[in-house]
Ligand binder design. Structure first.
Ligand SMILES: Nc1ncnc2c1ncn2[C@@H]1O[C@H](COP(=O)(O)OP(=O)(O)OP(=O)(O)O)[C@@H](O)[C@H]1O
Ligand SMILES: [Mg+2]
Length: 205
């Protein structure tokens, strides 16, 4: 029994190491901040995806307002837009729509929402979607890293992300991003926190 526990702890530590390495990899090269136009970045990302989206009957509704420049990681935010749009596209059947809205929420905050009329996310899954390696896709079709990268990138910028979803109707991801922020320490991802709990369980009361 004790031996099983030791093996389990070693395995958890190993997995935690892999997760951290993969997340570090995802972060690398994108940590430089610069001033840029988020609207232009969203437009470029959409242009990149339009070709693959044209293979299916999914309509794109763009409502991209003019927003003031933001000071952020251009590569990181491109990855955020790409991951969210890819998920929406994969979840949306033919005849569906994907909406992208960008606007200035207040003086110092820009807001981006990506919505789709896809399959939605069942309530019991929603708390897990930002976990690294959580995927409902077939083996080989998804790593489950897309949303964990989105989450850590937004946190690192001092922003917020939340999701609203109705199974059978669709999903919307809402992002609020400060125009300029200190580099925020990244809080542990939900899975890392869960693994730590197993590794260092709180003392019994
Ligand atoms: N727009 C969406 N509509 C419905 N389900 C979604 C949507 N976005 C994410 N999900 C759910 O969240 C899970 C995790 O998403 P995530 O992007 O992290 O990984 P993935 O898409 O499965 O794999 P990868 O991003 O590596 O290709 C998905 O497998 C899916 O179940
Ligand atoms: Mg994905």
């Amino acid at each position: 029994m004790r031996e099983d526990l030791t093996i389990a702890r070693d395995e958890i530590a190993r997995v935690q190491e892999i997760i951290n390495a993969v997340l570090d990899f995802a972060r690398s090269g994108s940590s430089e901040r610069e001033w840029f136009d988020l609207r232009q970045l969203v437009e470029q990302t959409v242009a990149l995806l339009r070709k693959s989206m044209a293979t299916r009957d999914v309509e794109l509704d763009l409502e991209l307002g003019h927003v003031p420049p933001i000071h952020a990681e251009r590569g990181g935010l491109r990855q955020v837009a790409l991951n969210l749009l890819t998920n929406s596209f994969q979840a949306t059947p033919d005849g569906g729509r994907i909406g992208i809205r960008l606007w200035q929420a207040d003086d110092d905050v820009v807001a981006l929402s990506i919505s789709d009329t896809g399959q939605g996310i069942p309530a019991e899954q929603i708390s897990r979607i930002f976990n690294p390696f959580y995927t409902t896709k077939a083996p080989g079709e998804g790593t489950g890293l897309g949303l964990s990268i989105v989450y850590t990138t937004i946190q690192r910028h001092g922003g917020q992300i939340h999701v609203e979803s109705t199974p059978g109707h669709g999903t919307t991801f809402h992002i609020r991003l400060p125009r300029e922020s200190a580099d925020e320490p990244v809080p542990p991802t939900p899975l890392t926190a869960a693994a730590e709990e197993l590794l260092y369980p709180p003392p019994p009361v």
